[in-house]
Design a protein around this ligand. Structure first.
Ligand code: BG6
Length: 303
């Protein structure tokens, strides 16, 4: 059950072009439609499930088979991954990719800015279940700005007395006309962990990345802006970032897609994840009292 009723949330936070609604699976969503952009974010996971600048086609991929269940992550959009990435080292029984994406976040504020962008600020409550998995004290906020650009920041503050170590990702799914004719540029010369080749470390060559099979790579120590070129939709999408060392590129391809219950068998053909992250060697160690912010900025480039 959501903590606050839709009526209460609308009374407190709605604005022209911004309303709280009961979304898929009865989960609470914020729907945004302004002169600048159309967007959607669920309180479950602080999960952005839609964004496009007004008058353009959707930029984010959402699986038609996504579950909308308070106990499960949503498939597509932008899962917020925290405080560990992938399976937790030494704790295979803990949830994959942490607990932020399956937690109910709380609304701090909703504002409409000068460029008609909508800024939504959510915070991650420290539930008993989450403390059981991760007892170190912290505060986390997710700030999403829906405008001509989609800007997303995960902000973590160490409220404890010892250094806080964590991994994180804004696991962004992009919708493509055709993955096989698409490419990702910006990562030439960057070392990556190839998760589909026994975690071998490799160096990206100078050609744009093309997807020709299952791809699951953690690019390390890079602050590069990436561009996704999708000729089938005659579109290029730029993914810029700050406070992030890792960029993850993921496409499940045929067999893995078939094995995923919440992902269509053919959907791998029209998506790619380019994730703004701090994972593996780039895990964050935060001194007591300090705050770390990681931001992803997505825009559609004019052709
Ligand atoms: C990627 C990981 O970020 O997320 C992959 O690198 C993983 O290894 C993928 O398969 C999807 O994870 P999940 O838990 O959402 O199915």
């Amino acid at each position: 059950m959501p903590k606050h009723s839709i009526e209460d949330l609308n009374r407190q936070f709605s604005k022209p072009g911004v309303k709280f609604e009961s979304g898929n699976g009865g989960l609470t969503q914020i729907s945004i439609s302004t002169r600048a952009a159309v967007g959607e974010i669920y309180l479950h996971g602080a999960h952005v499930t839609g964004w496009n600048p007004a008058g353009t086609a959707p930029v984010l991929f959402m699986s038609g088979d996504s579950l909308f269940d308070a106990a499960k992550p949503i498939r597509g959009g932008v899962p917020v991954i925290f405080p560990w990435f992938g399976p937790r080292a030494g704790h295979a029984e803990h949830p994959m990719h942490g607990f932020a994406r399956t937690s109910e976040w709380e609304v701090q504020s909703v504002e409409v800015g000068a460029q008609n962008q909508v800024d939504v600020v959510l915070s991650l409550p420290r539930t008993t279940a989450a403390q059981g998995l991760f007892p170190q004290p912290f505060e986390a906020r997710f700030i999403a700005s829906f405008g001509q650009t989609l800007s997303m920041t995960l902000e973590v503050r160490n409220t404890g007395e010892k250094p806080l170590q964590f991994e994180e990702a804004l696991h962004t799914y992009f919708t493509l006309g055709d993955v096989k004719s698409s490419s990702v540029s910006g990562l030439a010369g960057v070392t990556y962990i190839d998760k589909v080749d026994q975690f071998a470390r490799k160096v990206q060559d100078s050609a744009p990345i093309r997807i020709t099979g299952e791809t699951d790579r953690v690019y390390l120590a890079t602050d590069a802006t990436c561009v996704i070129d999708d000729p089938a939709q005659d579109r290029r999408i730029e993914v810029g970032k700050s406070g992030s060392g890792s960029t993850v590129v993921w496409n499940p391809w045929i067999a893995k897609a078939k094995g995923m219950a919440d992902f269509g068998d053919e959907e791998w053909q029209r998506m790619i994840c380019v994730e703004t992250a701090n994972a593996a060697d780039d895990a964050v160690t935060l001194a007591p009292g300090k705050t770390h912010a990681m931001t992803a900025r997505v825009r559609v480039l004019k052709s």
